[in-house]
Write a protein that binds this ligand. Structure first.
Ligand code: C2O
Ligand code: CU
Ligand code: CU
Length: 471
């Protein structure tokens, strides 16, 4: 099945600029057999560079952006589960960069974290990434150097790992959600990662786009089974999506299939960096419009994200099966909780801790500690023996929401404030609410130094990050 973008304009732009991208589906059989990363031939070219993009749509000036292969959002990178992938990234911007393949359980050297897993890619230089994605699902990619500036100006794209057996949806829609702070001249508000944004909730823009453009109504037909892949690619904005007139079912979280469930109160909560795959059966009336609403920041700040606009055609299927589609699970090992390695990480900082200076330099606004050990950023805060189960308690001492992300792993969310989850979900990014305590666990089967950080980019950039070693 093809993955659809809601806007025709975008599709045309993709065709114009997508020339550098070679579809991985056209891999020759011998390419598929290559096992060692070094033998995986390059199948994709990605070039971050300055560009202009029509984010605001018709009648508005094009915005100066940083773009992968000329488009905001970047090209959809498609891989196949269990098949090798390789990308050559050529840096066309005037700053160091890297590409991080968010959520993919890949070898540490391919993780795209500068100074930790690779040297940064310097202007004009290139770097070859090669790995075999073990899990099918919805992921994304973005830079991991000067992230607030580079991602904030447009560098991010969706990454889809296709199942070996495609699930039986009528259509597969991708919505990469991003927000932007604009000036009246249709250019971005400059000065990313300001102290005020960093100490508070990060930069929350006022224009929200789907796949890089202010969305036009999305045409649907009655009686269809849709898969909607939501990716929150915002620097800092949380979302709570409601679909009035529809029943949506969550079928995967952060790329990992789950037992299908209805979102509590009909609100699909999605934090920065998280993904949610939804099943939406188009049970509305032909010819009618239905809004999709985001009310995360309360009623007064709620807005219509997009409109589902039904064609006049009669229902595609007369009746749809009442059971939702269950996606095949990915091969993620189950934590063994009989004798886990335990650590207790505390998240502190925010507004109150601004202005403290260490050696005349401003202290990081945010911090992570393990017992009495304070993270200094890039040095591992602790080490987990390879193969053991790690049980991490995350304790948020702040009055802010933090989507905490671990690289290289999908972890189980076991409990919140001591209350066990009935069916723990697998995630790579978990929301830790103000003052909340969240327990997560994973089998430490992937060796290396792995970033663990808040995905509100301004929090990460100002101390809310550490490194966990597995060896
Ligand atoms: Cu989206 Cu450190 O990652
Ligand atoms: Cu990541
Ligand atoms: Cu945070």
């Amino acid at each position: 099945m093809t993955i659809e973008f809601p806007s025709l304009i975008r599709r045309r732009r993709l065709l114009m600029h997508g020339g550098a991208a070679v579809a991985t589906s056209s891999l020759l059989p011998w390419m598929r057999q290559a096992s060692a990363a070094s033998r995986i031939p390059v199948t994709f070219a990605l070039r971050p560079a300055p560009a202009k993009a029509a984010i605001l749509g018709q009648g508005k000036a094009a915005t100066d952006v940083l773009a992968y292969n000329g488009t905001v959002s970047g090209p959809v990178v498609t891989m196949r589960q269990g098949e090798p992938f390789s990308a050559l990234v050529t840096n066309g911007i005037d700053q160091n960069t890297t590409v991080h393949w968010h959520g993919i359980r890949l070898p540490n050297a391919m993780d795209g974290v500068p100074y930790l897993t690779q040297p940064p890619i310097q202007p004009g230089a290139d770097f070859r990434y090669a790995f075999t994605p073990p899990d099918a699902g919805t992921f994304w990619y973005h830079p991991h150097e000067h992230t607030a500036h580079q991602m904030g100006r447009g560098l991010a794209g969706a990454l889809i790992v296709k199942e070996r057996e495609p699930p039986p949806f009528d259509r597969d829609l991708l919505w990469l959600l991003q927000d932007w702070a604009f000036q009246p001249n249709d250019q971005f508000v400059p000065g990313f990662d300001t102290p005020m944004e960093a100490a508070m909730s990060g930069r929350i823009g006022s224009v929200v786009t789907i796949n890089g453009i202010v969305p036009a109504p999305i045409r649907v037909r009655a009686g269809e089974r849709l898969r909607i892949r939501l990716v929150n690619g915002c620097l800092a904005r949380f979302m709570a999506l409601r679909f009035p007139g529809h029943r949506v079912t969550i079928i995967a979280l952060d790329g990992q299939p789950c037992q299908p469930f209805a979102p509590p109160d009909g609100r699909v909560i999605i934090a920065p960096a998280q993904r949610v795959d939804l099943q939406l059966d188009t049970a509305g009336e032909p010819g009618r419009d239905y809004p999709v609403v985001d009310d995360f920041y309360g009623r007064r700040a709620s807005y219509r994200l997009v409109t589902l606009s039904y064609t006049r055609q009669p229902a595609k299927h007369r009746s749809l099966p009442s059971m939702p589609i269950v996606l095949a699970p990915n091969p993620v090992p189950k934590p063994d909780l009989t004798d886990p390695v335990r650590h207790h990480l505390t998240i502190a900082g925010g507004m109150m801790s601004m202005g403290m200076a260490v050696d005349g330099k401003p202290a990081p606004i945010w911090g992570i500690t393990d017992g009495h050990r304070k993270s200094d950023g890039m040095a591992p805060i602790f080490s987990i023996p390879l193969g053991r189960t790690a049980l991490l308690r995350l304790e948020n001492h702040t009055s802010f929401w933090h989507p905490m992300h671990l690289h290289g792993y999908s972890f189980s969310v076991l409990a919140r404030n001591g209350v066990k989850e009935r069916s723990p979900h697998l995630r790579d990014t978990v929301i830790v609410r103000p003052k909340e305590i969240v327990d997560i666990a994973f089998v430490a089967d992937n060796p290396g130094n792995w970033m663990f950080h808040c995905h509100v980019i301004e929090h990460q950039a100002n101390g809310l990050m550490t490194v966990i070693n597995v060896a």
